[in-house]
Design a protein around this ligand. Structure first.
Ligand SMILES: C[S@@+](CC[C@H](N)C(=O)[O-])C[C@H]1O[C@@H](n2cnc3c(N)ncnc32)[C@H](O)[C@@H]1O
Length: 326
């Protein structure tokens, strides 16, 4: 079975768990999404059971497309949206790497706790750059890996054992490089710890018993640097890093003759002109710099958080928070 089928199958079988999961149903990041919604036409990539979509609708978005490869997830979203009276939410099936939407047709794209399942983040970001209006906003929220190789490897092993369709929890520096390569400027970045209760973490996605045993064996064998960092307790509950990147698509470029371009249809506040073409390609360019998980770092209206050519702070393998506890 290929990765996408594997992912859709397991999320499909466990879709209802994601509606009730406290990890997914709550968080200051949802409050922030609601505050950013405005009267946007928004896209929620990898919507799962729809918590980001519900936040955008609550915030006043005029239309929210809840988008996910899993038909069962979309059915949960449609049912819950109807129960909440959120008539602005519509569902659409598909993967982030190929968006069935017109160029420059969204004001805001949000993705929350989904990108670590995508087979190609660069391809998905190129698609985001294409369908966002010039100057539109992209908010990426996901679990992130520490910058330290030992901790990064431990996290990916644990994630993969829990969910065999896991692709990668990227480091913040990798996100910065991929976003920059796709043409996005990171205006604000923040990080926080997400506590994971071991029994509900494995039950939510239906990890088979043999892999639960393997997870217990791996947790028990982790070096102290990893158990300290992830705050692993006696029952193997632990805490992981999450991060949010609020990004802006490039503003419209003026045509060579200096005449204003054509505004995209129905895009409030949209700037004219032609821009937004992301450089495709699968390798993050120049992904390096400073890890920021755990400490809010806002650069609203400022230069991108990771300026090209930024020197990494700390030697490779160094992480601020290499010994941080939640
Ligand atoms: C943990 S759930 C998302 C949670 C949800 N966004 C929320 O805020 O509660 C992860 C979702 O990513 C979806 N997914 C997996 N691969 C994907 C892809 N290539 N493109 C878009 N979504 C994908 C899965 O189907 C699943 O519904």
């Amino acid at each position: 079975m290929d990765q996408q089928t594997q992912s859709a199958t397991q999320f499909g079988a466990n879709a209802a768990n994601y509606l009730s999961s406290p990890v997914h149903a709550s968080g200051a990041d949802l409050t922030r999404l609601a505050a950013l919604a405005g009267q946007s036409r928004s896209l929620d990539l990898g919507c799962g059971a729809g918590h980001a979509s519900f936040a955008l609708a609550r915030g006043g978005a005029r239309e929210v497309i809840a988008y996910d490869p899993s038909a069962e997830m979309l059915a949960v979203v449609a049912r819950e949206a109807a129960a909440r009276g959120s008539s602005c939410i519509v569902t659409r099936q598909g993967a982030a790497e190929s968006l069935p939407f017109e160029d420059r047709s969204f004001d805001l794209i949000a993705t929350r706790f989904s990108a670590h399942h995508w087979v190609s983040v660069p391809r998905a970001l190129a698609e985001c750059a294409r369908v966002l209006r010039p100057g539109g906003r992209l908010v990426v929220i996901d679990v992130v890996a520490p910058e330290t190789p030992l901790l990064d490897t431990a996290l990916q092993v644990i994630e993969f054992l829990r969910d065999a369709s896991h692709v990668r929890d990227y480091r913040c520096t990798e996100w910065a490089g991929m976003l920059r390569a796709a043409g996005f400027a990171v205006a604000a970045e923040s990080g926080w710890k997400l506590p994971m209760d071991f029994p509900s973490w494995i039950a939510r996605i239906g990890t088979p018993p043999a892999r639960v045993d393997a997870l217990r064996a791996v947790f028990a064998a982790l070096p102290s640097e990893a158990t300290d960092y992830f705050a692993v307790d006696a029952g193997f509950s632990f805490a992981i890093d999450a991060a949010s990147f609020e990004c802006q698509a490039p503003p419209a470029a003026r045509p060579a003759n200096g005449a204003p371009g054509v505004a995209p249809k129905g895009a409030p506040g949209s700037a004219p002109g032609d821009a937004n073409k992301a450089a495709p390609g699968d390798a993050p360019k120049g992904a390096r710099g400073d890890a920021t998980t755990g400490a809010r770092r806002d650069t609203h209206g400022d230069a991108p958080a990771e300026a090209p050519g930024d020197a990494p702070k700390g030697a490779p393998g160094d992480a601020r928070g290499g010994a941080r506890k939640p």
